[in-house]
Design a protein around this ligand. Structure first.
Ligand SMILES: C[S@@+](CC[C@H](N)C(=O)[O-])C[C@H]1O[C@@H](n2cnc3c(N)ncnc32)[C@H](O)[C@@H]1O
Length: 239
């Protein structure tokens, strides 16, 4: 097994995730929080990135704070939840450097694939990277996280990792097939089925840019347009 994953699995039960602090089922599952914290500790993560601000921001901030010149970039599509996560980090007194960005979800083409993704200024992630660890913890429904890895991957350090939550959810294999096809030999995928709702750990092995596959592009575009229409109708914050 990957030595950093093995170290994190061995040490994760020593991480205290307070029930008083954990806000509820929308947040990263407590076991997944423990793994992410132990993994960040094993990797001595200095620069981290997350898609999905909330309790996990506090978890990552506490780990990156141990490193000199640390930086955590936390991105969310919701101004409300981004503000709540910022307030939680500020009131915790954690000294980590954390930057919050709000980016509304927009459809965007990745080669032939039309996908929904937080609309960030072009080149931003690359300019703020390279990141040693990225966490993708998107809403459980209403947003397909395929594009998040394409956005993050070029900004990850070679030898860096992405962790994707909810890996055991039905339908997630379709993303992995697309990710595997797009990244080929540039990434290694490890499914940790027994932690929380399942975690997918992706190690960046090479700096090759993704080669977005045609297979499944039509279905992905249909889902992106459906999710975007639903988002615009129920969530005016995203307009
Ligand atoms: C699966 S949640 C996870 C958010 C974050 N990674 C965490 O651990 O709390 C995904 C989305 O829920 C929203 N969210 C964050 N805090 C929330 C809260 N207190 N109540 C409801 N939704 C929340 C955010 O828009 C976020 O992108």
């Amino acid at each position: 097994m990957n030595p950093y994953i093995a170290a994190a699995v061995a040490e994760m039960d020593k991480i205290n995730v307070s029930r008083m602090e954990h806000p509820g089922p929308w947040a990263l599952d407590p076991a997944s929080c423990r793994f992410v914290a132990a993994f960040a500790r094993a990797l001595k993560v200095r620069r981290a990135l997350e898609f999905g601000s909330g309790f996990s921001t506090l978890v990552l901030a506490r780990e990156t704070a141990a490193q000199e010149d640390n930086y955590l970039l936390s991105i969310d599509s919701s101004p409300r939840y981004s503000t709540m996560a910022r307030e939680a980090v500020e009131t915790s007194g954690c000294p980590a450097k954390v930057e919050f960005r709000v980016a509304p979800l927009r459809p965007r083409f990745y080669g032939p694939r039309l996908l929904l993704t937080p609309a960030l200024p072009k080149g931003l992630l690359g300019a703020l990277g390279p990141f040693d660890l990225a966490l993708i913890d998107a809403p459980h429904e209403g947003w397909d996280p395929e594009a998040a890895l394409y956005d993050i991957f070029p900004a990850m350090a070679v030898g860096g990792y992405a962790v994707v939550d909810d890996a055991n959810l039905p339908g997630r294999e379709a993303h992995w097939d697309a990710w595997r096809a797009a990244l080929g030999e540039a990434a290694d995928f490890i499914h940790l089925e027994g932690i929380g709702n399942g975690l997918l750990v992706i190690e960046k092995l090479e700096d090759d840019p993704p080669r977005y596959p045609f297979k499944g592009a039509l279905g992905a575009a249909g889902r992106a347009l459906r999710d975007y229409a639903r988002l615009l109708s129920v969530n005016p914050e995203n307009r």
